[in-house]
Design a protein around this ligand. Sequence first.
Ligand code: GAP
Length: 495
Amino acid sequence: MSQNKNAAADQSKVMDKIVSLAKRRGFVFQSSEIYGGLNGCWDYGPLGVEMLNNLKQQWWKSMTYRENIEGLDASILMHPRVWEASGHVENFTDPMVDCKSCKARYRLDVLFDELSLKRKKEALRELEPGKFEGQLKDELVIEEFAKRTATDADSARIAAMLPCPNCGNKGTFTDARKFNLMFKTFVGPVEDSSSVVFLRPETAQGIFVNFLNVQSAGRQKIPFGIAQIGKAFRNEINTKNFLFRTREFEQMEMQFFVKPGTDDEQFEYWRAARMQWYVDLGMPREKLQWHQHPKDKLAHYAKDAYDIEYLFPFGWGEIEGIHNRTDFDLSRHEQFSGKSMKYFDEATKEKFTPFVIETSAGASRSFMAFLVNAYDEEQAPTAEGTTEMRVVLRLHPKLAPTKAAIFPLVNRDGMPEMARKVEADLRQHFRVFYDDSGAVGRRYRRQDEVGTPYCVTVDSQSLVDQTVTIRERDSMKQDRIAISNVRAYIAERLM
Ligand code: GAP
């Protein structure tokens, strides 16, 4: 195996270990597992839901605990005209091909993206013999291939040259079809076209249609924002990589409404703020990068767009998009609803349609990024003077599902009673866990594996002087502190 292949195999092993830990310790289960699962859907277990809630709470606080951003919780089902106005009915499609031999289904653009430069070069040569002979510069191949695959006729001819990745047969792909990613359902008992509604594919539209409601209810002046966390649904053709691309997921979106002309400055402000949010919650900056959407690939509504990407074991992947959506959405809703979506500036007596700077994060996807980022294995010393492998989730204490575990060193001499008292006090403030089974070293390992930042142990000295040891997960260092200080010690580190 080449070095690259070795590295890829190691990375996929890491992913397998994380998925297995997530299931074993109750972070994430496959949806409807006893029936064989439902592709693209996952359930958050007891620890997963805590961590996800912590993540959402951190985002909610960072957005709405300020003067100029209001919260919202809009319904998932919306008037079907919303999705015509937003462009989703027309544009929210992926080109899809089916293999006639083995029935595997692919996104055509993904098949193209995954082709090596060599294959792209070969395709261009087959497309126009004579034109692309001799040495071709890589940039020319990339540019020409992108141009050709943007046309239906050439992309169909290139698809016909490709072998199916599943069965290996060539020339078996159907023509590409546009596949709309929105899930449809019906309101009321009659299932006809007049009762069709969609499960929202993004939370943003609930914000746009409520722009004036929130502005007047909150007595907000431009610039101001609206933040929302909620489920979104996309009938993705290929779900993959655990929580990365799923059919049901959660978004944390904020639309910041600004005066046209101030949008570039606001865009830069929000780009910096959003990157910092991940860093403040423990992501190393070098594992995050910006990807600017090339002008010819911008979404239909965007003037400029950057993704924040995280370095997953399978490569860089988008976790959040920051978009300058111009006045596209409000103008379109004005046009489709016939209701004015303009803002009146009392101070300057100007009336205008605001521009929107959007920060759109995946709660589920960034949950996965934080989980992956936290996973670590190391050799740790044992009580016997040897070392053993320790798996530790180095989650930021604010994200950790359990903040502290409380152990009596042994189950006698009044230690359990004292430990229960410590637990009862802490439980009023934090999510804690009481564990009295097995050697204390084993108990530490169980908590390390789920990212509990502090373990509090009641031992024989505790009975004498009302102190406990408190062990920090990452350094494994222990402090001895007064029981009366334990709550403050933990609280301070969660600030
Ligand atoms: N309102 C803009 C919007 O929805 P997007 O780039 O399509 O933009 C924003 O989605 C974020 O939502 C992504 O960065 C990602 O974190 C998350 N996301 C999108 N599709 C997803 C999927 N199928 N599964 C999990 N998360 C997804």
